[in-house]
Design a binder for this molecule. Structure first.
Ligand SMILES: [Zn+2]
Length: 295
C-alpha cells in the first residue's frame, strides 16, 4: 500500500486563520516515522483530469488567479500560487491512492476529501473535488466501472453529490451531522443525517447496518472512503461526539467490510478542526494505522 503526502499540502495562511493547516505536516511526519517506505510524493492533477468534473472557466480562474473576492471567501483560502499547487497535488494524490488501491487493495491520501467543491465553484476549504476527479479518472484510465463513495466526514458531501449526481455508475453516500455545514444540502444517492451529540455506539450501529446495504447494491470496482475526523467530540466544527476508539472502530469497519469482499479502498483524511495539532494529527493517523494493517 502506498501513502501519498506532500509538503505542498501545507498552505501558508494569514495569521489567525481558523484552518489548522499544520496538521498535514504533523501527520506526514508521524507517518514518516512509522512507515517511511510507504510514503510517496503525489503528482499534480492536470487540466485534463480536472476538466472531466470542473468547468474550464473555473479551472482557468483558479489556475490564473482570477477568482474574485467572493469566490475566495466562499473557498475560505486567499488565492496564491501555492493554493493552486496544493489543490492540484491533493487531487493528484487521490488519483494515485486509487491506483495503489487497485494494485494493493488499499491506498491513502494524507489530504483530500474536498467534497464541497462543485463543478464551477469551490467552497468550505475545497477547491477541486478530489473524489469526483479520481472517480472519473479511474473510469477513463483504469477500467473501473462502478464507484461507491462512502463519505463519513461530519459535513455533508454536497459538491460530490452535485457533480456526480447524474453519473449512473457512481453511488454517493454521505453520513453526517444534520446541523453541520452546509446549511443547504444537495441530496446524495443516500444521505444519513445524525443528530447533535451522536456518540460511538449509535454511530457504529448505524454504520454496521448500512455497509451491507451499500455493498449489496452493486459489484463495486472501487470505494472512496472519506474518513473525516471532524465527527470527534473535541472537534471545533463538528457537532457529533465520537472518541478516538470510535474513529478506529469506524475505519476498521469500513475498510474491513470492503476488503473482505475484495473491493479496493481509496482512503482520504477529510476534515478535522482542532487547535491541538498533535492530537488532531493523531486522529487522522488512525486511518493510516488501520489501512496499513489491511494492505
Ligand atoms: Zn468536514
Amino acid at each position: 500500500m502506498w501513502i501519498y503526502a506532500s509538503d505542498r499540502y501545507v498552505l501558508p495562511l494569514p495569521a489567525g486563520h481558523r484552518f489548522p493547516m499544520r496538521k498535514y505536516a504533523a501527520l506526514r511526519e508521524r507517518v514518516r516515522r512509522l512507515a517511511p517506505e510507504r510514503l510517496r510524493e503525489p503528482p499534480a492533477a492536470d487540466d485534463g483530469a480536472l476538466g472531466r468534473v470542473h468547468a474550464p472557466a473555473y479551472i482557468d480562474a483558479v489556475t490564473n488567479g482570477r477568482l474574485d473576492a467572493a469566490a475566495q471567501r466562499r473557498i475560505g483560502f486567499p488565492w496564491t500560487p501555492a493554493m493552486v499547487e496544493r489543490s492540484r497535488r491533493s487531487a493528484g494524490a487521490t488519483m494515485a491512492a486509487c491506483r495503489s488501491a487497485l494494485v494493493h487493495g488499499v491506498g491513502v491520501n494524507l489530504a483530500g476529501g474536498t467534497h464541497h467543491a462543485h463543478r464551477d465553484f469551490g467552497a468550505g476549504f475545497c477547491v477541486f473535488n478530489d473524489a469526483a476527479v479520481a472517480a472519473r479518472a479511474m473510469q477513463v484510465e483504469a477500467g473501473v466501472d462502478r464507484v461507491l463513495i462512502v463519505d463519513l466526514d461530519v459535513h455533508q458531501g454536497d459538491g460530490t453529490a452535485d457533480i456526480l449526481g447524474d453519473e449512473p455508475a457512481v453511488f454517493t453516500f454521505s453520513m453526517h451531522g444534520e446541523r453541520n455545514y452546509p446549511v443547504r444540502k444537495i441530496a446524495s444517492d443516500l444521505d444519513i443525517a445524525l443528530p447533535d451529540g451522536t456518540g460511538d455506539a449509535a454511530y457504529l450501529e448505524r454504520l454496521a447496518t448500512i455497509l451491507p446495504e451499500l455493498s449489496a447494491r452493486a459489484r463495486w470496482d472501487i470505494v472512496f472512503y472519506n474518513a473525516g475526523v471532524d465527527v470527534h467530540a473535541e472537534d471545533r466544527l463538528g457537532r457529533l461526539a465520537l472518541s478516538n476508539d470510535g474513529l478506529r472502530a469506524r475505519d476498521e469497519m469500513v475498510i474491513g467490510h470492503f476488503r473482505a469482499l475484495g473491493i479496493p479502498v481509496c482512503g482520504v483524511i477529510g476534515g478535522g478542526y482542532s487547535t491541538d495539532v498533535p492530537a488532531l494529527a493523531a486522529r487522522h493517523a488512525i486511518l493510516f494505522e488501520v489501512a496499513s494493517g489491511m494492505a
